[in-house]
Design a protein around this ligand. Structure first.
Ligand SMILES: *Cc1c(COP(=O)(O)O)cnc(C)c1O
Length: 347
């Protein structure tokens, strides 16, 4: 299944509201836009394949040596790379269910077996159950916090359980696509916990979500050691990260004000949307990300289809017990009001 895309055909009185891909409702930082404009005029040149400037900046911010940091065309490229680095036919990979679709896709492409582990009732990754699902054939474990599609935040004990419990010959891929939102919500420092792990690990983060650069395609990975980082570098497609993305990301990292504004808006609007959904009878999952997910009450019919007919796009997924659930990206105040009013109307 190809990724979803938002149609651009606004209709009078029915603007398209794209709330199904967890994009930022705001543009990228104006500083990032300016840097990308400038970079465009130099596109006759290949980009710096190593992304040295950006990696240097990420190293300073994370305290992880540059030799242990890798980049990719979106963190998606690094999720694929993890499967390439360690999976072959006959191997198993453990991943949460419901989970980010790329996990299952990359595992299947390697001919390995996807061992799905249901998330807990609060939508967080079930660390103990993930560890229990590991066998002698397991080579890779995907975990995410905040998790998608639930928004659930793993606490420090959960991260530490994974860091300690995943065997030393299994790669732990910790997906922090919503890192900035999770930290803003008071989430634990997963990097600190993983640093204490003996076996291999990678933390991936993205410029697509909090930094509002989804269209630019840029993600990065912090690795347990330089040898593992080299393994990712060896398989990376030449020049896969384009020059405009590199320039935009570097400028975006410097614009703290823009990021803070988005984080504050997201937290406030998330509370409004959560309360609104609860008052409509939806069972809302606690979220530390830029979206809210909720289990649909029986009488509500098919809200995803109903809203789509009104040009409002939200995500749908099956909850662990088979009930319908929706995932709604935090947008503008008007987006929240439009969603709540459409959901509140009789099906
Ligand atoms: C959005 C997302 C990503 C990655 O997105 P990129 O645009 O490829 O950086 C990775 N994992 C999860 C869970 C996501 O929601």
């Amino acid at each position: 299944m190809p990724p979803a895309h938002t149609p651009s055909d606004d209709e009078p009185g029915r603007p398209v509201r794209s709330l199904h891909l967890n994009e930022s409702p705001f543009g990228p930082s104006p500083a990032a836009v300016a840097a990308m404009r400038e970079a465009v005029s130099l596109l006759n040149r290949y980009p710096d394949h190593d992304g040295s400037l950006l990696i240097g900046r990420l190293s300073t911010r994370s305290d992880v040596p540059a030799g242990r940091i890798v980049i990719g065309a979106g963190s998606n490229e690094l999720l694929y790379a993890s499967a390439d680095v360690c999976l072959d036919a006959g191997h198993e990979a453990v991943a949460p269910v419901p989970g980010f679709p790329t996990y299952a896709k990359t595992i299947a492409l390697r001919g390995a077996t996807h061992v799905g582990v249901p998330v807990r009732a609060d939508g967080t990754v079930d660390a103990e159950a993930m560890l229990a699902a590991i066998t002698g054939r397991t080579r890779l474990v995907f975990a995410a916090s905040p998790h998608n599609p639930t928004g659930g935040l793993l606490d420090a004990a959960g991260v530490e359980a994974l860091a300690r419990g995943v065997p030393d010959d299994v790669l732990l891929h910790f997906d922090e696509a919503y890192f900035e939102f999770g930290r803003h919500a008071g989430g634990p420092d997963a990097l600190a916990s993983l640093q204490a792990r003996r076996g291999p690990w990678i933390i991936t983060r993205s410029f697509s979500k909090a930094f509002g650069l989804a269209g630019a395609r840029l993600g990065y990975g912090l690795c347990s050691d330089a040898g593992l980082a080299d393994a990712y570098r060896r398989i990376r497609v030449n020049f896969s990260v384009n020059a405009t993305a590199l320039a935009g990301a570097l400028a975006a990292l410097g614009d703290h004000g823009h990021l803070e504004k988005i984080l504050a808006h997201t937290a406030a609007e998330r509370a409004v949307l959560s309360r609104g959904l609860a008052s409509l009878g939806y069972a809302v999952l606690p979220s530390a990300a830029n979206f809210v997910s909720a289990i649909v009450p029986d009488a509500a019919g098919d809200p995803v289809a109903r809203l789509r007919a009104e040009n409002v796009f939200i995500g749908g997924f099956a909850w662990i017990d088979g009930r319908k659930a929706v995932r709604i990206t935090i947008g503008s105040r008007e987006d929240t009001e439009a969603v709540l009013s459409l959901l509140g109307a009789a099906p």
